[in-house]
Design a protein around this ligand. Sequence first.
Ligand SMILES: C[S@@+](CC[C@H](N)C(=O)[O-])C[C@H]1O[C@@H](n2cnc3c(N)ncnc32)[C@H](O)[C@@H]1O
Length: 284
Amino acid sequence: MTSTQSEIDQSYSVSNEFFRLWLDEGMHYTSASYLTGDETLEQAQLNKCRILYDYAEMTPDKLVLDIGCGWGSNLEYHVQRGTKRAHGITLSTAQVEWINGRNLPGVTALLMDYHDYEPAEKYDALQSIEMIDHLCSPAQAREGKAVELYRAYFKKCHAWVKPGSHFGFQAILRDKVPRTRKDLEDLAFTADVIFPGGLNPRLEELIMAIRPYWECVEMRTQRVSYGKTTAEWLRRMRLHEKEIRGRWGDQVFDDYDRYLSTCVRAFDNYWSSDVQMKLAWCPL
Ligand SMILES: C[S@@+](CC[C@H](N)C(=O)[O-])C[C@H]1O[C@@H](n2cnc3c(N)ncnc32)[C@H](O)[C@@H]1O
């Protein structure tokens, strides 16, 4: 597998309180969807949840699984819309403790690697928001294994749902390769230090990997939205510079400042993008 439990803990366990200082109130750690461009980060995050809810053809009676559920922001969105049972899995210890500590009615979260997950019953709908970026390392991509690893994931997801189900899926993408040494080093730093073991897929790889299990019936990309999201995270984090340096040390502030600044440039310069897909279950 790619990102191991300890690598995931490196990415998500600085401290829940640290992430609370600069993410939105719901603790979404993925691109929001700015549809008018004038929304707050909080409103744009809810836009994202609504798009993926619709892509999954959700209704309150359906049993939904969020694969790589983070701090449970999307699960919370479901129960606020009346979903009776929303399950999540995550590989981060801090995240699962956070979700279970909140005791949201209808929400359950497990500390679980998706590779090992065997659901007790079949789901009616799936969601996964920027979790696939952890499934193939740069070394595995160089060996030509990316599509095979992503396809193994889509195959498992297909087996977890009832025929006719839909999947609201979102992923960060990699696109153009930057030209300068500094830009390449900043991207390598983000991959090695902030998200070890992971690599953003290319859109073409995902399109190949979903077959023959899923059909992509709708798709939107949102490069500009991710640029705005990361710029807002950076702005909020800098507002708390003194507190962050005091509580978690200079290294944490400097690393996150470099990572978020690099993200803003990556979306501005087309090095990275983000995709949302409506995937429909296919008979085999
Ligand atoms: C970038 S975070 C996104 C979290 C959440 N979906 C959100 O929108 O805020 C990626 C998530 O994928 C989870 N993850 C990564 N690899 C995983 C694996 N093999 N099995 C289960 N979860 C995994 C991480 O623990 C984390 O919760």
